[in-house]
Design a protein around this ligand. Sequence first.
Ligand SMILES: Cc1ncc(COP(=O)(O)O)c(C=O)c1O
Length: 387
Amino acid sequence: MKIAKNVNKLGTEAVYNIFAKTKKLSSQGKEIIDLSLGQSDFKSPKHAVDAAIKALTDGHHGYTLPNGIIECRQAVSKKIKSLYKAHVDPERIIIMPGGKPTMHYAISFFGEAGAEIIYPDPGFPIYESMINFTGAKPVSYNMIENDNFSINPDKILSLINEKTRLLILNNPHNPTGGFTEKKIIDKLAIGLKKFPNVVILSDEVYDRLIFGNKEIPTLLNYPYLYDRLIVLNGWSKTYAMTGWRLGWGVWPENLVEHVFKFCVNSHSCVNTPAQYGAIAALNGPEQHLNEMMKEFNLRRQLIVEGLNTLKGVKCALPGGSFFVFPNIQGTGMDGEKFTEKSLEEAGVAMIPGTAFGKHASNYVRMNFATSRENISKAIEKIKKMLK
Ligand SMILES: Cc1ncc(COP(=O)(O)O)c(C=O)c1O
């Protein structure tokens, strides 16, 4: 058998290996507190579940258009208008099976040998994996603790050259929980005017998980970028709907036909009843999201305070998402060792920083979208382990 050589260039997400290990240990009777996964412990909103069930009973079980049913695209457009005051024609919105395919398509469109793609390190591992897959050169910018894991426009702009095809941004940021305020994104957007050939992929999947009533720093605030802006978002994080596999992308008008063709050539269309659930989630009340964020805020304080009591651990308060990214260098272990020991000795699952890039060996990522009781227990267990 001869496999195409690019297949071996694909990376993975370490979270799935840890997920498998955690499941195995649990099935052997070991109590594991799982802080590894990138999802909320809240249930999906009832009105979304009910709408998906109704769609099935009403007979909505056939194919839809590859870009999604018009009602779903209109609901996204309406939400964009109400949240960001931006006008996006539903024809530029493509419903996808999750947030990830928008990333996969965007990187596939612009990556090839000789091209460069700029992305965050640490960052969501699929950016680098897909860049490598296409044969493009991955050019990273470092998200650092001293900058509060915030985007540094000058640093990013300095990496652009004539080979740069695509710039990937992610705000709020996985894995660090870093949040970059709108005034900094304003500066970056102005700087990007000088580089009209660079396309921007803005991954805004955590944009509703921002603490402290801050303005959402979406790239959709800059209409002058629309002809080269791809925005990735979806239902997974905002509405606790990761397993539904639902996302949306906003695309420049001239790319829509290519995205359409990619959809036809891969998944045909998104699960039909799920699209009805998606409409209900967008159009329904936001009480579910408000309650989730209120609870996440308490958990965020609890986990940061707890981690900062541990010997050798230093943790910044995340501005968004449901992740903390503590620096564990003071324990004398690197992130990999710390993760391994935590799982095996303390029974607490987390992800080493190196799963997100080369610049994060002194960090681990923990998800605080779990009960306060679990968080307190996890801190106690790690404290014991560090004694
Ligand atoms: C930064 C980032 N982008 C995109 C995604 C993909 O989201 P989805 O599960 O909707 O494909 C994730 C999921 O963890 C993420 O963390």
